[in-house]
Ligand binder design. Structure first.
Ligand code: SF4
Ligand code: SF4
Length: 198
């Protein structure tokens, strides 16, 4: 029948519209406006509204979601930054589009290389979010971020991320990837215990 598809589509919209109010009534007033209600919109059997009014509303991302990489630093007792990266260059070698540049620090007195980056750059326009850098880093020094809101009006001036822009504390990493962080901490503690027992 001509127009049946349009009517069917309108019926789906109307049904979800009405069910939003019914669910709101059943699950609590303004349920669909709460953080829990926004999260519920991605359920496969969602009854009410399932669209998102971005950017006012945002869906929470799963732990394994990955966008751009960031460098992790630990905080010392006096709040000093202990950069985990040793400037080994493995991430730069593993990066498929070759968008990582690293300059290793040099001891000014001896001229010998020091295991800490003096400069570290990622061209985020070239990065394809594959996560290989984080996968291959032997020091858990680079991880994939959840922050996807990086739109800019001037990509040439802002999209080469340097060391300062890439560095984030381990507490941030623990916040966005709690299961990964805990697993790594446990593995590290087990390794140290085994080393101490030898
Ligand atoms: S982030 Fe990891 S793999 Fe890359 S240079 Fe630093 S320590 Fe090496
Ligand atoms: S996520 Fe992939 S493309 Fe981006 S910097 Fe890491 S290895 Fe390179």
């Amino acid at each position: 029948m001509n127009g049946y598809g349009i009517l069917k589509g309108l019926w789906v919209t109307f049904r979800h519209f009405i069910k939003t109010y019914i669910e709101d009534f059943k699950r609590g007033r303004k349920f669909y406006r709460s953080a829990e209600g926004i999260d519920a919109r991605r359920e496969a059997d969602v009854e009410g509204i399932f669209s998102i009014q971005y950017p006012e509303e945002k869906l929470p991302v799963p732990e394994e979601f990955r966008f751009l990489p960031f460098l992790v630093y630990d905080e010392g007792p006096d709040g000093e930054r202990k950069i985990r990266c040793t400037a080994c260059g493995i991430c730069a070698k593993a990066c498929p589009p070759q968008c990582i540049w690293i300059v290793r620090s040099v001891d000014p007195a001896t001229g010998k290389p020091v295991a800490v980056p003096a400069e570290y750059y990622i061209d985020v326009d070239i990065c394809m979010n594959c996560g290989f850098c984080a996968e291959y880093c032997p020091f858990d020094a680079i991880k994939m971020d959840h922050d996807y809101e990086i739109a800019t009006y001037d990509r040439t001036a802002t999209n080469i991320y340097d060391l300062e822009k890439l560095l984030k504390p381990a507490s941030y990493y623990a916040e966005i990837r709690p299961r990964n962080f805990t697993r790594e901490q446990e593995e590290k503690a087990a390794k140290e215990a085994a080393k101490a027992a030898r």
